[in-house]
Design a protein around this ligand. Sequence first.
Ligand SMILES: [Cu+2]
Length: 68
Amino acid sequence: MAKIVLKVSGMKCGGCENQVQDAAKSCVGISEAKASHQAGTVEIDYDDTKADLTSVKKAITEKGFTVD
Ligand SMILES: [Cu+2]
């Protein structure tokens, strides 16, 4: 299991956090995602043998947020 913190801009409230978390968790190999709109980050726990972080970033971007 691996962990990464991605910088996400565009989150303004808890609803945005949920959208980012759901987008991340919808991807293969992601076990947990915890977003913070105050910090502008999402902390992701993932299986590095299964997860493709590029698709995670894409899923978050498709929700209208920017991943740095
Ligand atoms: Cu919001």
